[in-house]
Unconditional design. Structure first.
Length: 280
């Protein structure tokens, strides 16, 4: 890898037309340092490889694997669904251990018929149940705060402070926070939250992209760094000052970029990373 890409990782879903083998080969050849793996690529039922084969592909590539994405969605009026979500998270932990991922990204869930306070209690209980299993497998669990536009149906945890509060209430070393700038840039206390995670030793992940004010779709029209209004470099410096030394994971869902030639898109990602995320 080149020196100025030594902290760049790219999620497989960012260039979703490539399978795991292609992502690994293309990222490594371009000098990218790491790869965030989405679970369907190591699920034969979804057209992916087995976790064991994924492990071999990743090891051969030499890429760092900061994250396996994702597990969670613990909130449901149906107790059986909540139980199944916890069991699925246990499988994700085992998959992460198999492929050598440092942590599993946890999108914790929400439901429009479940009050937020109840939902957060269920999430805390689930994370407490899962933490020992994660520790036994040498894997972290990183709660990802999600933008409040999704508070009704995707995540009842919308701020870094709330994610950290859950981690501290459980007080288990396997738990931490994944900061995605897309979801937290708006928070007046974002810098304070990042710093607090650093002091607590719980800043596990840092995801980068951009927020386009004219986005056509809040889910699948994210921008690349420089497309919008997020001060990505500044937040990156805040994370570094908080003690974060991991890779910065580019995570972009974009119908626009997915329609591009994938090789050209990879070049653009690297170009934007160099322009907007300078490495110290």
């Amino acid at each position: 890898m080149t020196a100025d890409l030594a902290r760049l990782a790219i999620h497989t879903q960012t260039i979703r037309s490539w399978d795991l083998r292609t992502c690994c080969a293309k990222f490594a050849a371009a000098g990218v340092a790491g790869i965030g793996v989405w679970r369907h690529l190591i699920d034969p039922a979804a057209g992916g490889v087995t976790p064991e084969e994924g492990s071999r592909i990743l090891a051969d590539s030499g890429l760092r694997v900061p994250s396996l994405v994702r597990a969670g969605f613990f909130v449901s009026p149906d107790a059986q669904a909540r139980s199944e979500a916890i069991e699925d998270a246990r499988r994700a932990i085992e998959e992460a251990a198999t492929i050598g991922a440092a942590h599993v990204v946890m999108v914790v869930g929400a439901h429009p018929r479940v009050p937020l306070g109840v939902a957060r209690g269920w999430v805390q209980n689930a994370m407490g149940d899962l933490a020992p299993h994660a520790a036994n497998h040498g894997v972290g669990l990183a709660i990802e705060p999600v933008h409040p536009q999704y508070a009704a149906d995707r995540s009842c945890v919308c701020t870094i402070a709330k994610a950290l509060e859950i981690c501290e209430a459980i007080d288990h070393p396997a738990l931490g926070v994944a900061v995605d700038v897309y979801h937290v840039w708006w928070d007046p206390k974002v810098e304070e939250g990042i710093a607090a995670c650093g002091r607590a030793g719980r800043l596990m992940g840092f995801h980068i992209c951009d927020w386009k004010p004219d986005q056509a779709d809040p889910l699948n029209d994210r921008g690349l760094m420089g497309d919008g209004c997020i001060e990505v470099a500044r937040l990156g410096r805040v994370a570094d000052e908080a003690g974060f030394a991991g890779v910065r994971e580019v995570e972009v869902f974009s119908d626009h970029y997915w329609a591009m030639n994938a090789d050209e898109y990879l070049k653009l990602i690297i170009e934007r990373y160099r322009a907007h995320c300078p490495e110290s």
